[in-house]
Design a protein around this ligand. Structure first.
Ligand SMILES: [Zn+2]
Length: 118
């Protein structure tokens, strides 16, 4: 297997892996900025790229029991958060198949495409 190459997003506000700067998500994918990760503030996001899913496990979180799998940057291997696979509480169902990304593991990329056009 060859070296993995990162995929790219085309948006002007992108969050990337703070370690290797591979693109992770567009700001349009952020559902909430008011979540807690393992290391403090975290975002709930709907779409993410360049990540590898870890082992599925049941985890007791503040909001109840969930089936989750850790997600790591597929380029550098840094663990950046987790994916919600299943929520046992009805009120938490909206999180299923969405991702938690630790704020501390993201870097903001401001790609000012407009400046190249004019
Ligand atoms: Zn990375």
């Amino acid at each position: 297997m060859g070296k993995r190459h990162p995929a790219y997003l085309s948006d002007n506000r992108i969050y990337s892996c703070s370690t290797c700067h591979s693109h992770l998500l567009s700001h349009h994918s952020v559902i909430s900025r008011a979540f807690q990760g393992r290391h403090g503030a975290a975002y709930l996001v709907s779409h993410i790229i360049n990540v590898t899913l870890g082992t599925k496990e049941e985890r007791m979180l503040l909001t109840g029991m969930h089936t989750v799998a850790d997600i790591s940057c597929s380029i550098c291997g840094t663990r950046i958060g987790w994916k919600y696979l299943h929520a046992f509480e009805k009120s938490q169902k909206y999180k299923e198949s969405k991702y938690i990304v630790e704020k501390a593991k993201m870097a903001k990329e401001n790609i000012l495409w407009d400046y190249h056009l004019y």
